[in-house]
Design a protein around this ligand. Structure first.
Ligand SMILES: C[S@@+](CC[C@H](N)C(=O)[O-])C[C@H]1O[C@@H](n2cnc3c(N)ncnc32)[C@H](O)[C@@H]1O
Length: 320
């Protein structure tokens, strides 16, 4: 892991002070050896596509329709290359063979999940959080325990780190306010990247300049495009593997708010309703559920009441 001393406050103070990020730190989170190329030009049979879709649906809840076949082929081709497997049929034979699913499923999940995210994505949610939700949650929190905010489907960490910045700013203005952020995802690759907290300049572009100064570190190497989340901010976020399809989420306590944004869009409607129902059971009464702006809970039987676009509140009872 990168030593903190190799990173400078943003922007770099003075010139290049001689240090530089070790070459290994510039490597991608995961780098598989690239075996000799084989021909993977043929398309996947309808039977293999159907088996794979069934497995992906059962394991991750992700629904792929017939139009996604080309996308899945393109993504699995990279796995074929990494594994030196010549064809989709051989891949499926291995996958559905003895121990194949257990060994390959984490990779298959990495392949099929869409991890697009941004710092300060859908920024109105963060305005609402500080202007309305936090004062309200603090008022309800008579025991004065730290608030728990859960970024469910956190991808590479931009959402939980945005929450950490916004809530740290709030805490600065409200002495005594304490919080924790839990960030979970089904993909181990995105979690590793999130935990490392290293991004490029273009990725952190949406972060306001004043927050960059406080919470981002630049590499000692002035030519590097990389920045790192400060250790103080990283300490505020706990990353954990969690698949919404698991029978038990292993949550010891309920959250004051859940951000589950741009995640259920990949599920079919029955799965959306089931997962949201389970998430709602992990929110304290009166707590908040933030979803993506293209996601609607219309006509779902959930203990959640609409508050604002893409924002719901946990009802006191089970509401179903
Ligand atoms: C498009 S990203 C959204 C990231 C962030 N919430 C945002 O709005 O920017 C969707 C994330 O959901 C995760 N995901 C998909 N299926 C999941 C499942 N069954 N359990 C947990 N996370 C899942 C994916 O791995 C991916 O990182």
């Amino acid at each position: 892991m990168q030593r903190i001393s190799s990173w400078w406050k943003w922007p770099p103070e003075g010139g290049n002070r001689g240090g530089s990020i070790g070459a290994s730190l510039l490597e991608p989170v995961e780098r598989s050896p690239v075996p000799a190329m084989k021909a993977h030009d043929e398309s996947m049979s309808a039977a293999d596509y159907s088996r794979l879709c069934g497995l992906i649906y059962d394991e991750a809840g992700i629904h792929l329709n017939a139009e996604k076949k080309t996308m899945l082929e393109a993504r699995i081709r990279r796995r074929l290359k990494a594994l030196s497997i010549a064809s989709f049929s051989e891949y499926c034979a291995t996958l559905f063979g003895r121990n194949g699913i257990k060994d390959e499923i984490p990779h298959l999940i990495d392949v099929v999940t869409t991890n697009k995210t941004d710092f300060f994505r859908e920024p109105k949610h963060f305005d609402f959080l500080t202007a309305k939700a936090l004062p309200d949650l603090i008022a309800r929190n008579r025991l004065g325990r730290p608030l728990l905010i859960w970024s469910a489907g956190c991808s590479t960490g931009e959402e939980p780190y945005t929450l950490a910045m916004v809530m740290s700013e709030y805490a600065e203005k409200h002495p005594g306010f304490r919080f924790r952020i839990l960030a979970t995802d089904v993909s181990t690759t995105v979690l590793a990247k999130a935990d490392r907290g290293v991004y490029t300049n273009d990725v952190v572009a949406p972060v306001p300049a004043a927050l960059k100064l406080k919470y981002l570190l630049r590499s000692r190497d002035r030519s590097s495009e990389q920045v790192r989340i400060s250790p103080e901010l990283r300490r505020l976020v706990e990353f954990r593997h969690l698949n919404f399809m698991d029978s038990d989420y292993g949550m010891a306590e309920k959250a004051d708010a859940i951000f589950c944004r741009n995640v259920i869009i990949y599920f079919d409607r029955p799965t959306q309703e089931r997962i949201l129902g389970r998430l709602a059971d992990h929110v304290l009464p009166g707590g908040y559920m933030f979803v993506g702006h293209s996601e609607t809970l219309h006509d779902m039987h959930l203990p959640l009441a609409p508050v604002a676009p893409a924002l719901y509140r946990r009802l006191e009872g089970n509401g179903r």
